[in-house]
Design a binder for this molecule. Structure first.
Ligand SMILES: NC(=O)c1ccc[n+]([C@@H]2O[C@H](COP(=O)([O-])OP(=O)(O)OC[C@H]3O[C@@H](n4cnc5c(N)ncnc54)[C@H](O)[C@@H]3O)[C@@H](O)[C@H]2O)c1
Length: 436
C-alpha cells in the first residue's frame, strides 16, 4: 500500500509528542513530504527525522503551500496553535487538500462554520482531532448505548478531571492560560468532551439549552502564600513543602519536562536553568492567567437527554468519568481504569446491591494489536491517524468531519457566553444570531 503524502504545518508539542512516533513507525501509511515550522530547533528535528532536504523545509505555511501547489500530495496536518489554524486551513481547503486539523477548529463560531462550509464545497475531508471518538473506551460506551443495553438515555453526568499539576502547567502557566491569546477553558480543554457526548448518544443530537457556571477562584495573586516569589525557586518559603504547584515537580517527578523544553535537554540541571526564564517557571499565583479553574455546565439536548458536566483543576488524577442513566440500566465509565460497567435493572438477585453487572475493559479487549504501545489519549491518537489514512484512501468514513465538529464548538462558545453573562442560552436563538 502506498503511504498517503502529508505536509506538516506546525511541528510543536502536539505533533512531536502525540503523533510523531506512530508516523515514524508507520512509514508505509503516512509519508511526511514537507514541513513548515518557524522554530529552528523544531524544524531541524523534523528535517532529520523525516529525512527531508532543505527545499522541503519552511519557516511558515505560506511558502510551504507555494511549494506543494504543483505537487501531488494527499493532504496537510495543521498543528499550529489555536489562533493559527484558520488562515492555513482556509488556504489549504481552497487548494482542495484534505486535512488533519487540530482542535479547537478556530476561536470563533463564524470561523468554524466557514471551515466546514468550504470543506463541504470543495469535497475535502477535514478530520478535526477529536481523537476520543477513536478510543476503545468511548467506542465501547457508544456501542452499548446503540445496542439498547440500557434502554433510552435519560440523563448523563460527565466529569473531566484536569489534574492539579496539569492545570498549573497548561492553563495557569502554559499557552492556554489566557482567553485572548488562546481560548476559554471550556473550548480549549473540553471541546473533546462536548464532542464525545454527542457521539456516544448516536444520531445527531443538538443542544437546545445550555448554562455554564464557574470562575477563576484559586490561581490569583491574593491566594499566593506569604512571601511567595514571582519566579518559583528555592527562595520561596513554600517551595519545598507547602506548595503543590512548585516547579520542584518538573525536577523531581519528570512530569511535563518535555513540554518545558521540547527539543532540548531535560536533565534536572538544564531544566532548572530553563525554568528561571521560561513561562513554566512562574509562580502560579503571579501569572497572566484569566481562564477559570473549574466550571460546571448543564446541557439539554433535543433527544430529551439532560446532562451535567463538571470540569475541574483540583483533582489528583487526570481522568474522565461518565455515568449514563438509561430507562433499563446504567453505564458507568472510568477512563483511567479502562473500565466500563453496565448495571441491568431488574436482573440478578435482590434489588439494588445484588444486581446484574457486566464489566468491560475496552482497551485491553480491543482486538487490534496494531496500535499497542501508543497510549496517547487512551489509544485515540494512533487510531485517529489510522482513521485519517483510511478516510483519505476512501476505505472508511472519517468519524470526526468538520461539519459534525461545529456543533460541539458552538456548545462551548455558548457555555462560555452563559458563564460570563450569567444567563441560560437557547441554542436556536444563539445560532440564528451568528453571522454566517
Ligand atoms: N487533539 C488533542 O487532544 C490536542 C492535545 C494538545 C494540543 N492540541 C492542539 O494542537 C495544537 C498545537 O498545540 P501544541 O501544544 O503543539 O502547541 P505548540 O505551540 O507547541 O505548537 C504549535 C507550533 O506551530 C508553530 N507555528 C507558529 N506559526 C506557524 C506558521 N506560520 N507556520 C507553521 N508553523 C507555525 C509554532 O512555532 C509551534 O511550534 C493546538 O491547537 C492545541 O490546542 C490538541
Amino acid at each position: 500500500m502506498e503511504p498517503i503524502k502529508i505536509a506538516l504545518i506546525g511541528a510543536g508539542l502536539r505533533w512531536t509528542r502525540g503523533y510523531h512516533s506512530w508516523v515514524m513507525d508507520h512509514s508505509d501509511k503516512i509519508e511526511i513530504v514537507a514541513v513548515a515550522e518557524p522554530k529552528e530547533d523544531r524544524l531541524n528535528y523534523m528535517k532529520k527525522e523525516y529525512k527531508l532536504s532543505d527545499e522541503k523545509c519552511f519557516t511558515s505555511w505560506e511558502p510551504l503551500l507555494e511549494y506543494i501547489k504543483d505537487k501531488k500530495i494527499d493532504g496537510v496536518a495543521i498543528c499550529t496553535s489555536d489562533h493559527e489554524h484558520y488562515k492555513p486551513a482556509i488556504a489549504c481547503l481552497e487548494m482542495g487538500l484534505h486535512m488533519l486539523l487540530e482542535k479547537p477548529m478556530a476561536p470563533t463560531p463564524e470561523e468554524c462554520f466557514n471551515i466546514s462550509k468550504i470543506a463541504e464545497k470543495n469535497n475535502c475531508i477535514v478530520m478535526v482531532a477529536h481523537v476520543l471518538r477513536y478510543t476503545p473506551f468511548f467506542s465501547k460506551i457508544r456501542e452499548l448505548i446503540q445496542s439498547g443495553a440500557i434502554g433510552t438515555i435519560q440523563s448523563i453526568q460527565h466529569t473531566e478531571n484536569i489534574g492539579y499539576f496539569h492545570m498549573a502547567h497548561s492553563f495557569v502557566r502554559g499557552i492556554w492560560n489566557n482567553k485572548k491569546e488562546s481560548n476559554p477553558l471550556i473550548l480549549s480543554k473540553s471541546c473533546h468532551d462536548l464532542d464525545i457526548l454527542l457521539y456516544i448518544m448516536g444520531g445527531s443530537p443538538k443542544a437546545t439549552k445550555v448554562a455554564g457556571f464557574g470562575s477563576l477562584k484559586h490561581f490569583r495573586k491574593e491566594n499566593a502564600p506569604e512571601g511567595a516569589t514571582k519566579v518559583c525557586s528555592k527562595e520561596c518559603p513554600s517551595y519545598e513543602t507547602e506548595c503543590p504547584y512548585s516547579v520542584k515537580t518538573y525536577l523531581t517527578t519528570g512530569g511535563f519536562k518535555e513540554s518545558v523544553n521540547p527539543t532540548g535537554a531535560c536533565d534536572p540541571e538544564s531544566l532548572e536553568i530553563e525554568l528561571k526564564t521560561s513561562r513554566y517557571g512562574r509562580c502560579v499565583y503571579h501569572c497572566n492567567n484569566d481562564v477559570c479553574d473549574s466550571m460546571s455546565s448543564i446541557i439539554e439536548y433535543d433527544n430529551g437527554v439532560n446532562l451535567t458536566f463538571s470540569l475541574s483543576a483540583f483533582t489528583d488524577l487526570v481522568n474522565r468519568t461518565i455515568n449514563i442513566m438509561g430507562s433499563n440500566g446504567q453505564i458507568r465509565g472510568d477512563m483511567e481504569k479502562d473500565e466500563v460497567t453496565i448495571a441491568h435493572f431488574g436482573k440478578g438477585e435482590g434489588l439494588y446491591r445484588n444486581k446484574a453487572i457486566t464489566t468491560f475493559n475496552p482497551s485491553k479487549e480491543a482486538s487490534s494489536t496494531e496500535n499497542n504501545g501508543y497510549a496517547g489519549h487512551g489509544g485515540g491518537d494512533s487510531r485517529f491517524l489510522e482513521g485519517l489514512v483510511s478516510a483519505i484512501k476512501g476505505n472508511s468514513k472519517a468519524l470526526t468531519q468538520a461539519s459534525e465538529s461545529v456543533e460541539s464548538h458552538l456548545i462551548a462558545f455558548a457555555l462560555e457566553e452563559s458563564r460570563v453573562d450569567g444567563k441560560v442560552i437557547f441554542m436556536d436563538e444563539y445560532k440564528k444570531n451568528l453571522k454566517k
